[in-house]
Design a protein around this ligand. Structure first.
Ligand SMILES: [Zn+2]
Length: 273
């Protein structure tokens, strides 16, 4: 789930000869029937986009984003699909580019006017930033770090579900890092708030950008230290210790939660009784 090694992030004016063209209607990606990215000529019937820029270079070729307002009718040979659902459809590595494109699009549209004085902003040259010519404020793409933690106690894993999960599905605990908070402190706080459990032995797992709208998930393993499960009212519908032979339905493979839980299960299986 990483950028291809020959990709570099850029924010620059659009160019005609795109290497890859990521086209959006609203927040949804436009694709050809065989799930290829469209060509520039296929987008001609849409007219002028309301946002267009280069968001990166792949093997030296520009990756261009073009976007039209939500509700615009797609050309007859193209269809729209949520970035969430193109993970399995796009070639390897392209999902992470679509994720960057979606996040940069949200930022571009949200920073057309200065947040401090309301004046129209200008894209800066050579920097992924918008500058307000009236007051000098700069706006950079914002990223919201969030933690995820899989807690282990002996041969069991702590999994929880919130009311908006699909029925029967449980996942690792997660929550946003507060302003001024360290990531480690956030893990301890979120696990305790959501379940009443204290943890120790935090172990780094992996990170994943999650552009809905702008999260960066930071995933950890941790061990149970103390406490009894008390699900957080209004937040956690249920939380339980699960044994390997009685696991609930787990998150889909696109998410880092799935990889984190799979790694936790593999670790338990390798641990002698
Ligand atoms: Zn301003």
């Amino acid at each position: 789930m990483q950028w291809p090694a020959d990709f570099s992030p850029v924010f620059a004016p659009p160019v005609a000869d795109a290497g890859l063209l990521f086209a959006f209607i609203g927040e949804e990606l436009l694709l050809c029937p065989e799930s290829r990215l469209p060509s520039a000529s296929q987008l001609t019937p849409l007219g002028e986009p309301h946002a267009a820029f280069v968001f990166g270079q792949l093997a030296g070729k520009p990756c261009v984003l073009a976007a039209w307002q939500a509700g615009t009718e797609p050309p007859p040979d193209l269809h729209v699909i949520s970035v969430r659902h193109v993970f399995d459809l796009l070639p390897a590595g392209h999902w992470s580019l679509a994720a960057r494109a979606k996040q940069m699009l949200g930022w571009d549209l949200a920073t057309r006017f200065c947040g401090a004085c309301g004046s129209p902003t200008q894209a800066m040259d050579g920097e992924p930033a918008k500058l307000c010519p009236a007051c000098g404020q700069r706006s950079y793409p914002q990223i919201a770090p969030a933690i995820m933690c899989l807690v282990r106690r002996d041969r069991q894993l702590l999994l929880a579900r919130s009311a908006h999960f699909r029925p029967g599905m449980y996942s690792a605990l997660a929550g946003f890092v507060e302003a001024g908070e360290s990531v480690e402190a956030c893990v301890h706080r979120e696990v305790f708030e959501e379940t009443g459990i204290r943890v120790h032995n935090l172990r780094w797992f992996a990170s994943q950008p999650w552009p809905f709208p702008q999260s960066l998930m930071l995933a950890f393993h941790a061990d149970y230290a103390s406490g009894e499960i008390v699900p957080q009212p209004g937040e956690i519908e249920d939380a339980q210790w699960f044994s390997l032979d009685a696991l609930p339905e787990l998150p889909s493979a696109v998410s880092i939660a799935s990889r984190l839980i799979a790694a936790g299960i593999a670790e338990l299986r390798q641990t002698p009784d």
